[in-house]
Design a binder for this molecule. Structure first.
Ligand SMILES: NC(=O)c1ccc[n+]([C@@H]2O[C@H](COP(=O)([O-])OP(=O)(O)OC[C@H]3O[C@@H](n4cnc5c(N)ncnc54)[C@H](O)[C@@H]3O)[C@@H](O)[C@H]2O)c1
Length: 310
C-alpha cells in the first residue's frame, strides 16, 4: 500500500514546525524543500533523528530539488516573508505573490494531483494566487488561517473560563486580517452557548485579543507565530489524508455562499478526501453579515492586486 507523501515548501519557522508535527502524527513521508542550501536538509535530518525517540517510521527528507517532491498527495506552502514589527500582512503581498507564483508552477509540474494548503500571507490573496497559477480544481486549493484564529480564540476562552481547551468550539470567518469575523453566537463550551457563560464586555475583549493575536506574537518575537500556524496547517492535511470530514474554518472558494461571488475567503468548511467538500452556510444576522461583507471587500481588493501582478 502506498504511503502518503507530504511536501512542505519553506523550511523556515512554520515549515519546520509543520514537518515535525506531521512526523510525530505519522501522517506520511515528508519532503521539506527550501531555496537556502542546507536548511531543509538540516532540519529534516534533525526531525528524522528524533524518530527513534518519538517512534515514527516515516521518512523525513530535506532537499533543494523539486524532483524529490514529485507525486506528493499534499503540498503545504509556507515559503514567504514573515511580518516584522510595524508591518501588516498586506505589506508582504508584492514579494510573496512572486514566491507563491514560482512555487505553484513547480507544484503543478511535479504534483499535478495534489491538494494545496497555503499558509503564506496575506493569506487569502496567496490562496488565490496558488489557485490561479496551478489551475487546480478549486476544492483542492485552500488556506490555513481560520484554524489558527479559532485556536487562538478557543485558547483565550478556555483560559478565561478555566475549562479544558477540548470543550471550547468556535467558528471564525472572513479574511485573515484585523477584520476577521469571530462569531460568539456560534461558540460553545461543551454545547453550552458562550453567551450564557461570559458577559458581552469580556467576549468583546477576547475577540479583540484574537484579532490582534498575530501582532501580539510579532511584537514579542520580532517575527510571526509558527507553532500554532503549523498545527493548523497539519490539522487540515490530516482531515484530507484520513478523510475525517472535519469542520474547520479555512480559506476556501465560495461561489455564491455568503454572497461572496467567486472568491477565496475564510468560511467554515468540511475537509475530507476530496479537499474542501462542503462550505457550511450559517444563518448570519445582519451585523455578522455586515462584518463579513466588510472583510470580503478587503479580500477582493487584495485579489485585484494579485491580478495586476500575476
Ligand atoms: N496563515 C497564517 O495564519 C500564518 C501564520 C504565521 C505565518 N504565516 C506566513 O507564513 C509564511 C512563512 O512564515 P515563517 O515564519 O515560516 O517564515 P520564515 O522566514 O521562517 O520561512 C520562510 C522560508 O521560505 C523559504 N523560501 C523563500 N522562497 C522560497 C522558494 N521560492 N522556495 C522554497 N522556499 C522558499 C525561505 O528560505 C525561508 O526558509 C510567511 O508568509 C508568514 O507571514 C501565516
Amino acid at each position: 500500500m502506498k504511503r502518503n507523501k507530504i511536501t512542505i515548501v519553506g523550511a523556515g519557522n512554520v515549515g519546520a514546525a509543520a514537518a515535525q508535527i506531521a512526523a510525530t502524527m505519522e501522517l506520511g513521508d515528508i519532503v521539506l524543500i527550501d531555496i537556502v542550501k542546507g536548511l531543509a536538509e538540516g532540519k529534516a535530518l534533525d526531525i528524522a533523528e528524533a524518530a527513534p525517540v518519538r517512534l515514527y517510521d516515516f521518512n523525513v527528507q530535506g532537499t533543494l530539488d523539486w524532483a524529490q517532491t514529485a507525486a506528493s498527495d499534499i503540498v503545504i506552502i509556507t515559503s514567504g516573508l514573515a511580518r516584522r514589527p510595524g508591518m501588516s500582512r498586506d505589506d508582504l503581498l508584492a514579494k510573496n505573490v512572486q514566491i507563491v507564483k514560482q512555487v505553484s508552477e513547480k507544484i503543478a509540474e511535479y504534483s499535478p494531483e495534489s491538494f494545496v494548503i497555503v499558509v503564506c500571507n496575506p493569506l487569502d490573496a496567496m490562496v488565490y494566487t496558488a489557485a490561479k497559477v496551478t489551475g487546480f480544481p478549486k476544492n483542492k486549493v485552500m488556506g490555513m488561517a481560520g484554524a489558527l484564529d479559532s485556536a487562538r480564540f478557543c485558547s483565550f476562552l478556555a483560559s478565561e473560563l478555566g475549562v479544558s481547551v477540548e470543550d471550547v468550539k468556535c467558528v471564525l470567518m472572513g479574511g485573515h486580517g484585523d477584520d476577521m469575523v469571530p462569531l460568539p453566537r456560534f461558540t460553545s463550551v461543551s454545547g453550552i452557548p458562550l453567551t450564557d457563560l461570559l458577559g458581552e464586555d469580556k467576549i468583546a475583549e477576547l475577540i479583540e485579543r484574537t484579532r490582534n493575536g498575530g501582532i501580539e506574537i510579532v511584537n514579542l518575537l520580532g517575527t510571526s507565530a509558527f507553532y500554532a500556524p503549523a498545527a493548523g496547517a497539519v490539522k487540515m492535511a490530516e482531515a484530507i489524508i484520513k478523510d475525517k470530514k472535519t469542520v474547520v474554518s479555512c480559506c476556501a472558494y465560495c461561489d455564491n455562499e455568503y454572497g461572496s461571488g467567486g472568491h477565496f475567503v475564510g468560511v467554515p468548511a468540511v475537509l475530507g478526501k476530496n479537499g474542501v467538500e462542503k462550505i457550511i452556510e450559517l444563518d448570519l444576522n445582519k451585523a455578522e453579515q455586515a462584518q463579513f461583507d466588510q472583510s470580503l471587500a478587503h479580500v477582493k481588493q487584495l485579489a485585484a492586486k494579485v491580478d495586476e501582478l500575476v
